[in-house]
Design a protein around this ligand. Structure first.
Ligand SMILES: N[C@@H](CCC(=O)N[C@@H](CS)C(=O)NCC(=O)O)C(=O)O
Length: 238
């Protein structure tokens, strides 16, 4: 009985492994990214994760109108990108997608259980603690620029961002990555910080500037960036 169970478990593991090797996942991305190819849309982080682990992928481009149609809403309840389809699995939320990729492939999460748990904590920290004020600021600069409260709101948001950046900068110190080797936590943190490029806010934290540049210098990042930029360039030419 016990032997049969073990064989079944091995068969399941082998079939999972084979599926993950043989199936090309499809992700969704904007047909025309509002960031004009700067790599800020969240498909970029998924592309980067897939490039890091060497997993080929297909991309289905989606218009803003299509995002809110039933076919896409069946994949993504909030009508957004990115989504991820792999065989009979459909996922939404960039963090969940990257976690899934990191679980299936080597290279984005350490093998040691405690180090792995800490890397996952950094994934949550990037998305849950650092990204919100940065994203709110980006939205405010687009949607609230003409409002009488704009300057005050910007100041409040930038104070929150500085607090997060100061803490992050202190923790990073002169290390290359947040906790040992590069992980999915760094991948997400770098993509979150990218939105601050050009804001001047990162200039106050030289080690974060270097950290960001270190992320952007990774070959997998460059391939992902070029792929998403190619979509924007083709859409602009057409
Ligand atoms: N928390 C989600 C956010 C997804 C999200 O905000 N996607 C944006 C593009 S980066 C989008 O699809 N916006 C269009 C919309 O919300 O209508 C994730 O990390 O995947």
């Amino acid at each position: 009985m016990r032997k049969a169970f073990a064989i079944n478990a091995v068969t399941r593991m082998a079939s999972r492994h084979f599926r993950s090797l043989s199936m090309i996942p499809t992700i969704t991305a904007f047909e025309r990214s509002p960031d004009r190819g700067k790599g800020l849309a969240r498909d970029m982080r998924v592309r980067w994760a897939l490039e890091e682990v060497g997993q080929p992928y297909d991309v289905r481009l989606v218009s803003f109108a299509k995002l809110k149609e039933p076919a896409h809403l069946a994949l993504h309840p909030f009508g957004q990108i990115p989504t991820y389809e792999e065989g009979d699995l459909a996922l939404f939320e960039s963090g969940a997608i990257i976690f899934h990729i990191a679980e299936r492939h080597a290279g984005l999460l350490p093998d040691d259980a405690n180090a792995r748990a800490r890397a996952i904590a950094w994934m949550f920290a990037a998305l849950n603690t650092v990204e919100p004020p940065i994203f709110e600021r980006a939205l405010a600069t687009i949607l609230e620029r003409d409002q009488p409260w704009y300057e005050q709101r910007l100041r409040v948001l930038e104070d929150s961002i500085r607090k997060r950046l100061g803490d992050l900068s202190r923790r990073l110190g002169d290390a290359d990555w947040l906790d040992g080797a590069f992980s999915a936590g760094d991948l997400l943190m770098v993509t979150v910080l990218l939105r601050l490029k050009g804001s001047g806010l990162l200039n106050e934290y030289p080690n974060l500037l270097v950290y960001l540049a270190r992320g952007e210098a990774r070959p997998a990042y460059k391939r992902a960036f070029a792929a998403q930029l190619a979509v924007f360039t083709a859409a602009s030419a057409g």
